[in-house]
Design a protein around this ligand. Structure first.
Ligand SMILES: NC(=O)c1ccc[n+]([C@@H]2O[C@H](COP(=O)([O-])OP(=O)(O)OC[C@H]3O[C@@H](n4cnc5c(N)ncnc54)[C@H](OP(=O)(O)O)[C@@H]3O)[C@@H](O)[C@H]2O)c1
Length: 279
């Protein structure tokens, strides 16, 4: 059960200028379910910082926040750089106490371990650089953010919550082994950090969506009929026969932030089960 709104973290209502109000940082907060989460938090009056790399998207969020008068600001970050992550949280701390962080930066890359043979009859192997890039973004990025959040919240001494984003692929998925391995690592980090940080009053929760019906997916399906057919078959294997709305994943993230008895959990948001193999 969620705590009542007035007890949740990060809501405005403290000092007259808001400087004492807690801040929530949403990394990957300029697109997809991270953007949905940033907007949902800000619409509830919580001071929110949406962070990502791309300046055009950061500017779009800034414009959106101004148009809707939301307490939502933006800041650049690249989660694969420890220095960049440090700078983000130094900025966040300058805005007020940091009570919550959601790390939604990530990207799925589908690739078989062995693809079809080339004209010489050789198997095409999963490229090493793609493996390294996926691990760097999805797993090392989670590590760099997690340790910075832990240090900041432990130093502030008021506890807080870190929400990591995994994926239903974490328990194994055909054609996306690097991504699935990285997300399994995110689940494992969540469980270990929940144990290590509980004495600091810091909770660590993982939200693991199935397939999310977002703009990126719709654009990809529109551009590639083969992909659209594949996704139609995948959708039919989901027990609820549909993918998640970004707002449904955002609702679980807000629940993870607000429910003060959640830590070390993996909250699957997958409509009844993710089909790990459909071919
Ligand atoms: N969509 C799904 O079906 C689905 C399912 C399960 C899990 N997930 C997970 O949910 C999360 C969000 O997915 P999404 O589909 O909503 O993603 P998305 O629309 O592609 O958005 C990803 C966000 O992360 C940012 N980002 C990417 N690389 C970054 C980096 N190195 N440093 C900082 N920010 C970075 C992007 O902005 P910039 O590129 O400008 O930096 C963007 O704001 C990911 O972790 C993904 O693995 C998604």
């Amino acid at each position: 059960m969620s705590v009542p709104p007035e007890a949740g973290v990060g809501r405005a209502g403290g000092s007259p200028d808001g400087a004492e109000d807690p801040v929530t940082v949403v990394i990957g907060g300029t697109s997809g379910l991270g953007l949905a989460t940033s907007v949902a938090l800000a619409e509830e009056g919580r001071r929110t910082i949406a962070a990502a790399r791309g300046s055009a998207r950061l500017q779009q969020v800034r414009t959106l926040a101004a148009a809707k008068s939301l307490p939502l600001t933006v800041h650049p970050v690249d989660v694969t750089s420890a220095q960049s992550v440090r700078e983000l949280f130094a900025h966040a701390e300058s805005q007020g106490p940091v009570a919550a962080c959601v790390n939604a930066a990530g990207q799925n890359l589908s690739r078989l371990l062995l693809s079809r043979r080339d004209q010489n009859g050789e198997w095409r192997l999963h490229p090493e650089e793609e493996w390294r890039a996926t691990i760097e973004l999805c797993l090392t990025g989670t590590f760099l953010v997690g340790r910075q959040v832990a240090e900041l919240m432990a130093r502030q001494g008021a506890g807080g919550v870190l929400v990591n984003i995994a994926s239903s692929t974490w328990s194994g998925s055909w054609g996306q082994s690097a991504y699935a391995a990285a997300k399994a690592g995110v689940v494992s980090l969540t469980r270990s950090w929940a144990l290590e940080l509980a004495d600091h009053g810091i909770r660590v929760v993982c939200v693991a969506p199935g397939v999310v019906d977002g703009t990126a997916l719709r654009d990809k399906c529109a551009a590639n009929p083969g992909h659209a057919r594949f996704m139609d078959r995948l959708r039919e294997r989901v027990p609820l026969r549909r993918f998640a709305a970004e707002s449904e994943v955002a609702a679980s993230i807000l629940h993870a932030i607000d429910n003060e008895y959640l830590t070390g959990n993996v909250m699957e948001v997958h409509g009844g089960g993710f089909p790990s193999r459909i071919v």
